[in-house]
Design a protein around this ligand. Structure first.
Ligand SMILES: [Cu+2]
Length: 72
């Protein structure tokens, strides 16, 4: 079995994600763009880890009004 893109995770630094409301907005955007993907948010580190298509995730976060940068 080859690894599918759905099992890959990407961590983004999102420095302008500063509170629970930002987190909720980003989670909602990711749930819409990548249905069913697991999302982990570390608010204190301003990081979002997302399963699946990294380009789609980055676009979704950006379109929600934030500035994601891939960190790993
Ligand atoms: Cu906020």
């Amino acid at each position: 079995m080859t690894e599918t893109s759905a099992s890959k995770t990407t961590t983004f630094a999102v420095p302008d994600m500063s509170c629970g409301h930002c987190e909720a907005t980003i989670r909602q955007a990711l749930a819409t763009a990548l249905p069913g993907a697991r999302v982990a948010v570390d608010l204190s580190r301003h990081e979002v880890t997302v399963e699946g298509d990294a380009a789609k995730a980055e676009t979704a976060i950006r379109e929600a009004g934030y500035s994601p940068e891939v960190v790993e």
